[in-house]
Every structure is written in structure tokens, then in C-alpha cells.
Ligand binder design. Structure first.
Ligand SMILES: Cc1cc2nc3c(=O)[nH]c(=O)nc-3n(C[C@H](O)[C@H](O)[C@H](O)COP(=O)(O)O)c2cc1C
Length: 186
């Protein structure tokens, strides 16, 4: 089975319900490494070489975080700025991430109804995906449809359990597809 890297970022992990539940669902998966950015880098001083090394070993890369201001939390954005560097991830002949799959697994406070015309956020959540999606695509990665748990402030235990089960099902499918793609490469 191909290897997966989960990049997890929650600024207050002790208060996290949804992201933590998704993290706990992914943690026991086979061939899966986890890196919790706020634990590794509380001072935002990212070890770029260590992050790039971890990425180079993975074929499926998961960005797991709550939605903050229609994007990822600050340390994950800083991670993107630092780790997906010119001359490594993009630019010239650089293509360290080419062909790897990228999957954004997110928890959003807003419900699906809020992410709609007339709702608090006015637009479908898909409208806010573009910057993360194109970051991955610019690095030559294969973009997978994001996995979003909506209504993160008021998820019941049953809704959380359903989200976890759905995540594991999709995860297994993505791992399998990623492996087939790798095997098909010359
Ligand atoms: C600084 C900050 C910004 C946020 N921005 C958004 C946002 O843009 N859209 C949204 O739906 N929820 C937003 N939220 C709500 C979080 O996404 C929500 O609390 C989180 O997904 C719940 O997951 P957790 O239990 O893992 O913390 C924001 C929360 C914080 C603290």
C-alpha cells in the first residue's frame, strides 16, 4: 500500500472536537504518518528539510485542519509558504511533489445552508477551495475533492461517528487509487 502523510494543524488541539475526531480516525490507518504542526512548531519555526523529507516519502498527502477565515490556520499557511519552496516544489525543473495526491480534510463551523446564496457565507464552500486547490495543482499534484464536515460547532456524536466512517471509507479508496496510479507509472 502506498504511504500517506497527514499534515494536521489545530491551534488549540485540546479544544478541538471535529478535527480531533478526524485525526483519531486517520491515526491508526496503515502506512500513514502524522505530523501535528502546532505540536512540532509552537514557535512557528518550521524545520523545512524535515517536512520536505516527510513529503518525499508519501504519495497521498492530507491537509487536515479547521477552516479559519475561509482558508487553513496560520501555521498551515506558513508551512505552505516555507515548505513548498521554489526550486523544490515548483520553478525551473523542480517537481518534488509532482504526481502525488493532495486531499484537504476540513472542519467548518458554517453549516451547508450557511454556505449558500442567502446564507451567512453567501457562497458554496467550493468557491473557497480554489487557493488551496491551485497551490497543489501548481506543484503538479493530483487534487482530490475536499472532505468537509460542516456545522462543526454543533455536531452530534452520531454525526461525528458518521463523518469518521465516511472519511475512513474515502481514505481507503484514495490510498488504493494512489497505489494503482503509481504502479501504472513507467
Ligand atoms: C480564527 C477562526 C476563524 C474561523 N473561520 C471560519 C470560517 O471562515 N468558516 C467557517 O465555516 N468556520 C470558521 N471558523 C470555525 C471553525 O472552522 C470551527 O470552530 C472548527 O471547524 C470546529 O472544529 P474543531 O472542533 O476541530 O475546532 C473559524 C474559527 C476560528 C477560531
Amino acid at each position: 500500500m502506498s504511504s500517506t502523510l497527514v499534515i494536521h494543524a489545530h491551534p488549540r488541539p485540546g479544544q478541538s472536537v471535529v478535527t480531533q475526531a478526524l485525526f483519531d480516525a486517520l491515526a491508526p490507518m496503515d502506512n500513514t504518518a502524522l505530523r501535528s504542526l502546532y505540536s512540532l512548531y509552537p514557535d512557528f519555526d518550521i524545520d523545512v528539510a524535515a517536512e520536505q523529507e516527510a513529503l518525499s516519502r508519501a504519495s497521498l498527502i492530507i491537509w487536515l485542519a479547521p477552516v479559519h477565515w475561509y482558508s487553513v490556520p496560520a501555521l498551515m499557511k506558513h508551512w505552505i509558504d516555507q515548505v513548498l519552496a521554489h526550486g523544490w516544489a515548483y520553478g525551473g525543473d523542480a517537481h518534488a511533489l509532482r504526481g502525488k495526491s493532495a486531499w484537504w480534510v476540513a472542519s467548518a463551523g458554517g453549516t451547508e445552508a450557511m454556505y449558500a446564496p442567502g446564507g451567512a457565507h453567501m457562497r458554496p464552500f467550493a468557491d473557497f477551495v480554489a487557493p488551496i486547490e491551485h497551490t497543489a495543482r501548481f506543484c503538479g499534484m493530483h487534487w482530490l475533492p475536499p472532505f468537509v464536515v460542516h456545522g462543526g460547532h454543533s455536531c452530534s456524536a452520531q454525526q461525528l461517528a458518521e463523518a469518521r466512517a465516511k472519511l475512513v471509507e474515502q481514505f481507503t479508496g484514495h490510498q488504493r487509487t494512489t497505489l494503482k496510479t503509481l504502479e501504472a507509472q513507467p
